[in-house]
Design a protein. Structure first.
Length: 149
């Protein structure tokens, strides 16, 4: 068994000062307000916005300043306001991984978010990219949390 097949998923958890409904909607409907496109996109400086279509078969994609759409992934499961599962392809289906995000009601208007990014064993460069994404998700989720506050 190769090292890539043994690569563990990335798991990130946030404790949020928001209801599950607000946290879920902020992750999906408001992604254009918090995702750091300048540093975390395919188009970088040419990226204008991002869209998350929160429904089975929906797309996650960026829109360039020219209007061109660049697909990041497809939603396979959507259970508002508790769970999302989507592929993470970044225009390279042969290197697809999977992201699952769950939102749990913690009571008192608070919730938690857990993000699991898995499937690194399907990539020949899985270990390397897992390391990059492990660090990258920290910054992305920090932007999400800051904008939610």
């Amino acid at each position: 068994m190769s090292d890539a097949m043994l690569t563990e998923p990335i798991v990130k958890t946030l404790n949020l000062n928001a209801s599950v409904e607000k946290a879920f909607n902020h992750f999906t409907k408001n992604i254009h307000l918090w995702w750091p496109l300048a540093s975390h996109s395919l188009s970088l400086g040419d990226a204008a916005s991002i869209v998350f279509e929160a429904a089975p078969g929906g797309r996650v994609y960026e829109i360039e300043k020219s209007g061109k759409k660049r697909e990041w992934g497809r939603v396979s499961e959507c259970e508002p306001p508790h769970r999302l599962v989507f592929s993470w392809v970044l225009e390279a289906p042969e290197r697809a991984t999977e992201v699952e995000v769950t939102f749990v009601d913690e009571g008192g208007g608070k919730s938690s978010l857990t993000l699991i990014h898995r499937g690194w064993g399907a990539r020949p460069d899985g270990e390397e990219w897992r390391g990059k994404y492990n660090q990258g998700w920290d910054g992305v989720l920090s932007s999400y949390e800051d904008a939610l506050a």
